[in-house]
Design a protein around this ligand. Structure first.
Ligand SMILES: C[S@@+](CC[C@H](N)C(=O)[O-])C[C@H]1O[C@@H](n2cnc3c(N)ncnc32)[C@H](O)[C@@H]1O
Length: 429
């Protein structure tokens, strides 16, 4: 095993099988071998971990990472970088409510063209990650002058992995577009290459409780961010008119009972890693379960005018294990019971993207404003919508606004405190 010059640490520190002679996998001559494996220790030691998120969600993701005692290394609008050991990547997969996936940085190096990319990737001990009869896929973000089609870059990564495993094991794994096994992410900007293992696979928004998404559902990760923005912590009432498939109320209940998403989701990409012991995952789940507070009772009310949606929401809540703390009601939003004691009222009305919809919806938004003013005094109301013209029809003073993105549509979460007394809300129009 070779050591990096000036370092006592072996370059291929990740348990390369002793039978494997690494020297034959050294890069071709002239490719700056001194630095060819800078940071390439695969799963050992502390690595950068990147968690992508949708626009507007980063501040809530940072909050979650801090609560999980992870350092913040870099903040971007659609990703946060932290650093930790591989067990931290698993912890993030199980715990994060707002992140989309967890990318473990395998390494970074320089490559100016696809041949260099291949030459620097091929010597890595990929057989320590992927079984020879396993399956993986490659995806990428590339901005390099030699690459016109990302698929070519993906192909070179795939070739490097497959060739290495064939040489070491005599067989090669399959590869293709499926993202439910091991997924490698290539980020290649000019000649800077970063290669990641996507430890999540399908997006972390998939918590496995929403088999029927209903119409225009919110992603679970976004719903969790909206609850965090509202500041609701389970100590007061939670009212969710126009609940649709129930994403908001279910995420709220999960948050208040400290049930992490990893208690629901069964499969992650990291489970396909060579040597991964499902026992580890079971132990992490058991530890999380001990911290959950399913006995914590609070009042959550969700309503929708469509009985079919109420049934869907109820079934989703049952799968999520929180149906017993939510009252589901079929009614017009204006008939939703608002108990004494105050709390948070949050709703996500339709915001119409077809011509004509908007006129009809104006009346709904105006009625919603009247309902809040007349019936929800003592609560803080939050409306999430992708149409500011419609939001104006609410006719109440907006106290705070957060900008988000929902499936490519710019959306706002507007807060309306509806306090009694001196801060009595007044119609603006
Ligand atoms: C955009 S969807 C809500 C999606 C939801 N956030 C989810 O994640 O599934 C809006 C919901 O409002 C309901 N709705 C429309 N008009 C209503 C009314 N007047 N009263 C109550 N619910 C209404 C629809 O049936 C629909 O389920």
């Amino acid at each position: 095993m070779r050591s990096r010059p000036g370092s006592a640490k072996p370059i291929l520190s990740t348990a390369v099988p002793s039978t494997v002679c690494c020297l034959k996998f050294l890069p071709r001559k002239g490719l700056a071998p001194r630095f060819w494996f800078e940071n390439m220790h695969l799963l050992e030691g502390r690595h950068h971990i990147v968690v992508p998120c949708s626009p507007g969600v980063a501040q809530f993701l940072i909050r979650e990472l801090r609560q999980l005692k992870m350092p913040i290394i870099e903040e971007r609008a659609t990703s946060i970088t932290t650093k930790g050991v591989f067990a931290d990547a698993l912890k993030l997969n199980l715990n994060l409510r707002t992140g989309q996936r967890v990318l473990w940085r395998l390494g970074s190096f320089k490559a100016s063209d696809p041949d260099q990319l291949y030459d620097k990737l091929m010597p890595l001990p990929w057989e320590n990650l992927i079984a020879a009869d396993g399956y993986f896929s490659v995806t990428s973000v590339v901005d390099n002058p030699t690459i016109r089609d990302n698929r070519f870059a993906n192909l070179r990564v795939k070739d490097a992995i497959v060739d290495r495993i064939r040489r070491v094991c005599g067989r090669r794994p399959d590869s293709g577009p499926r993202r439910d096994r091991l997924v490698f992410y290539l980020f290649w900007q000019q000649d800077d290459v970063k290669i990641y293992l996507d430890t999540s696979g399908p997006t972390l928004a998939q918590r496995d409780y929403r088999l029927d998404p209903g119409k225009a559902p919110l992603r679970e990760t976004l719903a969790a961010a909206l609850i965090m923005a509202s500041g609701w912590n389970g100590s007061k009432n939670f009212i969710n008119p126009m609940c649709g498939s129930g994403t908001l109320v279910i995420e709220a209940a999960l948050l208040a009972q400290n049930r992490i998403p990893g208690l629901l989701r069964q499969e992650y990409s990291f489970q396909s890693l060579v040597g991964f012991k499902n026992m580890d995952l079971l132990e992490m789940r058991a530890a999380a379960l001990r911290k959950a507070r399913p006995d914590r009772k609070m009042r959550l009310i969700a309503s929708d005018i469509d009985p079919a949606m109420v049934k869907v929401a109820q079934e989703n809540a049952e799968r999520a294990g929180v149906a017993d703390v939510i009252e589901f009601i079929t009614c017009d939003f204006a008939e939703t019971p608002i108990p004494e004691g105050g709390g948070v009222l949050i709703c996500n009305p339709e915001y119409g993207h077809r011509l004509g919809d908007e006129e009809e919806l104006k009346a709904t938004y105006s009625r919603l404003g009247d309902f809040l003013k007349q019936k929800a005094t003592g609560y803080e109301a939050f409306i999430f919508s992708g149409n500011r013209r419609l939001l104006k029809e609410i006719g109440l003073r907006v106290d705070r606004r957060w900008a988000f993105d929902n499936g490519g549509i710019a959306c706002d979460l507007d807060a309306y405190p509806l306090y009694k007394g001196s801060r009595e809300p007044g119609k603006e129009k």
